[in-house]
Structure formats: C-alpha cells, structure tokens
Ligand binder design. Structure first.
Ligand code: NDP
Length: 391
C-alpha cells in the first residue's frame, strides 16, 4: 500500500526539498495534502504533478486563483486557516510541518491527533507549545521526528542510548551573516544583508533569524522541549564551517558528533525514511579537503537573543509563545524597514518584561486556546512597544 503523506509549507525551502525527496519514490507515495501561502503557481503545479487530493493556500483571498490554476486537474482547492486544519486532520501516515512561524502550530497538532508521524521543521511548534505538543503526541501514540538539522543530529546521536546518560547537548551555530562584522556596524544592517547566509540556503525569515541568532535561540528552547533536558545541559557554540551540526556528551565522557554538509536534504531524508537509512543525494564530505574545523563561544553582546532564550526557559509555561510572537513581529518590522536590526531584541525584551508584570498569565495552563491568545496578545504588545520606541 502506498504511504500517505502531506506537506505543510510545500512551497517553501524545506517543503520543496521534501517534495523532491518524496518524488524520487513517487510510486510508493500517495500525496494527501500540499499547502502553501502566496505562491499559488508553485502550489498548483506541484499538486497537479504529484496528484494531491487537496491543495490549500493559507489566504482566503487566493482561493479563486488557486481554483483557476487547478481547473480540470481533479485536485481539490481550499483556502484559509480552517482549511489548513481540516487538511491536517485528513488521514496520513507522514506529515511534514514546514510552515514558517506560529501558523504551523495548529496544523501540526491536528496531524498528531490523527496519529500521523509528524516531521517537525517548524521549530515554533515546540517553542510555543512544547508540553501540549508532546502530550498530544503521547495521547495519540503519534511519533514526532525532528527536521531541524541540529535536532536531527542529536536524535541520531541518541539512537540506542539512554537519555539519562546524557550530560550535555551542544548545538552549533554558524554565526549568520554578521558573524565577523564590527558590533557598531550592526545598528545599520539591512534586511538584504541579513538575508545572505554564509553556508545554508534557507527561507528569508530563518536566514535573518540566523544573523540575529534568534534562530539559535528558538533552537535552544526546541532542544529543551524535544529531548526534555535541563537548560543548563544545553550549550550553543559557534562553528563557522556548519559541518558539525550537534554533539551529545555522555556520562562516560564520550562526545558523539554528527558531521555532514550544510544540506537540509539530509535531515529531511532521515525523517522521511526513519527508521531506515536510504541513499540520499547529498554531498559526501572529504575530511582531508575540509582540513580544519573551528569552534568558539558566542559573544553575548552580539547575540542577546541567546540570553533571552535562557530567560524564557527559566520562566517556562507560556513564555515561549510570548517570545516567539514578539520575535515574529519584530522580524516583520525589520523586513519592512520600520525598525533596525538591533531593535528586534529590544522589542522582544520589552514584551517579555510586560509579560512578567501580568500576574496569572505565566501560570495559565498550556491549552491551545491559551497559547493562541497569548500569541495574539504578545503581537499587540510588540506593536505597541515599537510604536513607543518610534515616538
Ligand atoms: P519558507 O519561508 O521558505 O517557506 C515557508 C512556507 O510556509 C511556505 O510554503 C509559505 O508559503 C508558507 N507560509 C508562510 N506564511 C504562512 C502562513 N501564515 N500560514 C500558512 N503557511 C504559510 O520557510 P523555510 O522552508 O525556510 O522554513 C520553514 C520552517 O522550517 C520554519 O519554521 C523554519 O524555521 C524551519 N526550518 C527551516 C530550515 C531551512 O533550511 N529552510 C532549516 C530548519 C528549520 P508561500 O511561500 O507560498 O507564501
């Protein structure tokens, strides 16, 4: 029987790589749902080519063009958040969560509720609602597989190991576009400059988050949630070559490293084929040509996002949802040219302070409603903070 798969965020960087890898074994795969946002042409073309049952755009206003692009194909066209959730509830064996931002949370939860294996590229899912997501997976006996390269690396290093024997987890960071810029230049950094990653080819938002290290900050929280380790056991280390993705240190002193080229097709392919390993079209590293691997501690002054992430982990509860929402609004404003590069961290910090001052919020139970309301509130607070700053 063909394996039923759905790809959320199919038109993006991770989504396109997932399609390419799944299409290598097209006869063995039945595509249930493909989803996208504004890129209707790509969504429709892939849905036709793969014979998807349904194609969904996140935007209601784009239903008409999507319908037109799919006319005569037999692929159902849908639009909007409710349609995304409905598509995620359609029975599938394997679901890729590669929507960018908190918008990926609800479809991911729906996929877990119907018992699908959820391949999680969308790191915001665990940052915003880790406990809820893990409990949902447990209740429905659904498997969660990491796709972020660092988390995939840790997951692979842990196969056959006892998590109790883990002393530390080290995730690496390239340092992003401004790794070697003098600090004072960062103030005037533009979105175009921030969107040029030295090693990885990724979507615009995650690339800018790499330059600010907000991406690594999200990954710190994601590591804590995914592997349920104490925050003080998780380290971030700068590794400009981006070849060692993560290391796991065990109680006997062994340090297991995952080494490979900076190519998302490895982590995506691993999640797609898990628990098997199949041949993947990724470069094989020649370590004699690599020659040297370098590591150094990240500069706290350059990357305030890492300190903020540690404060968020110490707060726990809904703090992750606040952190992510404020970060997303700050990033929107930076991309639109309304605030500077360094203002993003300042906005997030102000929103977290305001969150602390609201009694009761921090201890609110982690239900989907509470997470979504908190997300909404933190976005409004971020907008207010930016207005005050501008005024
Ligand atoms: P892209 O920006 O390339 O793609 C994002 C996808 O989400 C697109 O399909 C986009 O549609 C869709 N989308 C955008 N906004 C919404 C919305 N509001 N509702 C529903 N769908 C939406 O992102 P990436 O592929 O780079 O990243 C996807 C996720 O994976 C992120 O969480 C990222 O952090 C994570 N990740 C990415 C890696 C990478 O290498 N790119 C590595 C590790 C993790 P459209 O383009 O049609 O508008």
């Amino acid at each position: 029987m063909a394996r039923r798969i759905s790809i959320f965020g199919a038109t993006g960087s991770v989504g396109q790589n997932t399609i390419a890898l799944s299409a290598r074994d097209a006869a063995a795969v039945e595509v249930v749902a493909l989803t996208g946002g504004r890129n209707i042409a790509r969504l429709a073309e892939d849905a036709r080519r793969l014979g998807a049952a349904v194609a969904v755009t996140a935007y209601d206003a784009l239903l008409k063009p999507l319908r037109a692009a799919l006319a005569g194909s037999g692929v159902e066209a849908q639009a909007g958040q409710a349609a995304l959730n409905e598509a995620a509830a359609r029975p599938a064996d394997w679901v890729m969560s590669a929507i960018v931002g908190a918008a990926g949370l609800e479809p991911g939860l729906r996929a877990l509720q119907q018992g699908a294996t959820l391949a999680l590229a969308n790191k915001e899912t665990l940052v915003c609602a880790g406990a809820l997501v893990l409990e949902t997976a447990r209740q429905h006996r659904a498997q969660l597989l990491p796709v972020d390269s660092e988390h995939s690396a840790v997951f692979q290093a842990l196969v056959g190991e006892d998590i109790g024997a883990v002393e530390r987890i080290v995730i690496t960071a390239s340092g992003g576009a401004f790794r070697d810029w003098p600090l004072e230049r960062l103030k005037s950094a533009t979105p175009q400059q921030a969107a040029c990653h030295p090693n990885w080819d990724m979507g615009q938002r995650i690339t800018i988050d790499s330059a600010s290290m907000f991406n690594k900050a999200l990954e710190l929280i994601e590591t804590r949630e995914f592997f349920q380790v104490d925050p003080e056991r998780i380290e971030v280390i700068l590794h400009p070559e981006s070849l060692v993705h993560a290391l796991v240190g065990f109680s006997d002193g062994a340090l297991m490293a995952h080494v490979g080229p900076p190519d998302m097709r490895h982590a995506i392919g691993y999640a797609l084929n898990y628990p098997d390993r199949r041949t993947l079209p990724v470069e094989r590293l020649d370590l004699t040509r690599v020659g040297q691997l370098t590591f150094r501690a990240p500069d706290a002054a350059r990357y305030p996002a890492l300190r903020l992430a540690r404060e968020v982990m110490a707060r726990g509860g809904l703090a992750g949802a606040v952190f992510n929402a404020a970060k997303e609004r700050g990033l929107d404003a930076f991309i639109a040219g309304r605030i500077g590069f360094l203002d993003m961290a300042a906005v997030v910090e102000r929103v977290l302070d305001r969150f602390d001052a609201q009694s009761g919020l921090i201890d609110a139970p982690m239900t989907l409603d509470n997470v979504l309301q908190t997300d909404h509130l933190a976005r409004a607070w971020a907008d207010e903070a930016m207005k005050e700053q501008a005024g």
